[in-house]
Design a protein around this ligand. Structure first.
Ligand code: ADP
Ligand code: MG
Length: 610
């Protein structure tokens, strides 16, 4: 008997047939998942009717016939009655194609390849590769029927002889897509999309390896080894994961998630920015190996699986794929994941620190860019600090709990490494006052504290900032008398004049410094790190000179000598002053032209008298 497709089906068919969509192989995923759905329905029906499944072979058979140029898939699921055939394959009421059409209507650009890829179009996707499709089907106790269609607007349903229950679909491939009559080609597509389908799949009689969708199992049924083995299989990795989170949620959305933290950060090995690696499954069938809209960008280091099937069997799996839903699923998983990290940090600080040292970059990126999670992520940051010379990492919560009563800011120092920072004149002022300073080695750290601006209402402040109020340093015993107030004021105004107001905004004689003779304090809106970065980005355009204050230490022997030298030998004093200033600029990471410095140093050395 001949039927006409509903107009909307015809529309989908035309789109599918004419589309230039490159991933033709997804028709295999769609047909396998239909076969799996039908087999699952049969299994559920038998269970609900308390029938034994003994002797039921629910294998899915795929036959590739290169000579005939056909792709055949057969299941032993529920099959379809004649009404069901017309309803299921002749209208799109049940099909994911409906959601597809809906999205098509809403998308302004009209048909995009992406859209088909995102949705799949269920059963009709077979028409991407087939010029003729025959469906032989038999429901339990029903008549065997044959549905035929060549992609035009009509299909026929006739009786046929098919002795056993289930559905067999024979696709006669178009000339250009004969590759899908090759067993190897089919096998690779099935492995990719349908590796975890619950029913054995045979291609030309050869059984494909079965993999268990362990993310759907309960935690207590899984061993550590099974988790690790799955990770290696799923991610093609040779090393064990650093940690993982496995959970099941029921409300508001049903999902199973198994998220792994890898043992390394591939981006620092120079592979460039990686794509998301947590695959999205629906009932064990791969929807998208790298879904873009599920997690914020910084989560791209995480690997694993999110499987959501919060939908009754008769609703299409493709309607799961509308991006709003995926984002909602992602939000739930992300929240649990961040909480998992926080719990781990509490339970096993050492393990967390190890993990942070590997993938901390992504956490930092999140803390700087992910507005929704920033608060929680800032608690997960770790830094070295003045408190632990052995490099033990500290967190901001602990830092804040150690802050002195009078301390208002969270102090940090930037530099390439611990030695360099500690050799600069800045840290001594804080150590002498018992103030803890965080060390920021990674250029991204500066952005993180810049974007966070504060933690627990305490602003971040760089140790080279000009307007820090550190209070008086405790007097050390036996220190020789500093310059008097008049002497240091006089020296300060001489320095200001000698160095020039284009170089220094102000010369300070305050009590910040302990050992070092002098330091420059940054009162520019650009930090030295931002400067270095801008300079690297535009090497040809000159940067305006940094705005700095110059602080001298009236207790330092060098400063005391300089004060006397100003009267004794103005020319030499000027050289020394410039040298002191450049030394301080160098420590601050602000010296742009070190060449002048060594020339001047030689001039000063010429004054040495044996
Ligand atoms: P979806 O699977 O999203 O519902 P499809 O276009 O893939 O949409 O399939 C449409 C409908 O056709 C299915 O919902 C199902 O009822 C029926 N169907 C498809 N393939 C089979 C099969 N192998 N056995 C039984 N029913 C099938
Ligand atoms: Mg389907």
């Amino acid at each position: 008997m001949e039927y006409k497709f509903k107009a909307e089906v015809k529309q989908v068919l035309d789109i599918v047939i004419n589309s230039l969509y490159t991933d033709k192989e997804i028709f295999i995923r769609e047909l396998v998942s239909n076969a799996s759905d039908a087999s699952e329905k049969f299994r559920l029906k038998a269970l609900s009717e308390k029938k034994s499944l003994e002797g039921e072979k629910l294998d899915i058979e795929i036959a590739a016939d290169e000579k005939a140029g056909t792709f055949t898939i057969e299941d032993h699921g529920v099959g379809m009655s004649s009404e069901e055939l017309v309803q299921n394959l002749g209208t799109i009421a049940h099909s994911g194609s409906k959601a597809f059409l809906q999205a098509l209507k809403e998308s302004k650009s009209g048909l995009s390849e992406n859209l088909i890829g995102q949705f799949g179009v269920g059963f009709y996707s077979v028409f991407m590769v087939a010029e003729k499709v025959e469906v032989f089907t038999k429901a339990e106790g029903g008549e065997p029927l044959k549905w035929t269609c060549d992609g035009s607007e009509n299909f026929t349903v006739d009786s046929c002889d098919k002795p056993d229950r289930g559905t067999k679909i024979v696709a006669t491939l178009k000339q250009d897509f004969k590759e899908f009559s090759k067993p190897a080609r089919i096998r690779s597509a099935v492995e990719k999309y349908s590796a975890y389908v619950d029913f054995p799949i045979n291609v030309n009689g050869e059984k494909l390896p079965e993999h268990s969708a362990i993310w759907l199992k309960s935690k207590s049924d899984l061993t550590e080894k099974e988790y690790k083995d799955f990770y290696k299989f799923q991610t093609h990795s040779y090393s064990d994961p650093a940690d993982w989170l496995h959970f099941k949620a029921d409300a508001p959305l049903e999902m199973n998630a198994l998220i792994y933290i890898p043992d390394e950060n591939p981006e620092i090995l120079g592979f460039g920015k990686i794509d998301p690696q947590v695959a999205l499954y629906c009932k064990k069938v791969l929807i998208d190996p790298s879904p873009k809209g599920m997690f914020p960008d910084w989560m791209r280091f995480a690997k694993g699986v999110v499987d959501s099937s919060d939908i009754p069997l008769n609703i299409s799996r493709e309607s799961m794929q509308d991006s709003g839903l995926v984002a909602r699923i992602g939000k739930v998983v992300l929240k649990r994941f961040i909480k998992h990290l926080a719990d781990l940090a509490k339970k096993d600080a050492k393990k967390y620190s190890d993990i942070f040292s590997k993938i901390g970059r992504f956490i930092k990126e999140g803390a700087a860019t992910d507005f929704d999670s920033r608060q929680d992520l800032s608690k997960l940051l770790r830094f070295q600090s003045t408190l632990y010379p052995d490099g033990t990492l500290v967190c901001l919560d602990d830092y804040v709990s150690r802050m002195k009563d009078s301390q208002k800011e969270i102090y940090y120092a930037c530099g390439p490494d611990r030695q360099t920072i500690e050799a600069s004149p800045y840290i001594e002022a804080f150590s002498a006052r018992g103030l803890e300073v965080l060390y920021l080695f990674d250029p991204i750290d500066t952005f993180v504290v810049g974007n966070l601006a504060e933690f627990d209402k305490k602003p971040f402040a760089s140790v080279d900032g000009a307007n820090l109020e550190l209070g008086d340093a405790p007097e050390a015993e036996g220190t020789p008398a500093p310059l008097s107030k008049e002497e240091s004021d006089k020296l300060a105004s001489w320095l200001k004049e000698t160095l020039g107001s284009d170089k220094v905004e102000e010369v300070l004689t305050g009590g910040r410094l302990i050992e070092s003779p002098a330091a420059v304090l940054n009162s520019d809106s650009l930090t030295p790190q931002m400067r270095a970065m801008l300079r690297a980005m535009n090497p040809d355009s000159p940067m305006p000179a940094p705005i700095v204050k110059f602080e001298i230490n009236p207790s330092s022997e060098v400063i005391k000598n300089l004060s006397r030298l100003v009267d004794a030998d103005k020319d030499l004093a000027k050289l020394v002053a410039e040298q002191l200033f450049d030394n301080a600029m160098l420590s601050a990471g602000l010296l742009e032209n070190p060449r002048a410095m060594s020339k001047r140093l030689n001039e000063i050395l010429a004054h040495i008298k044996p």
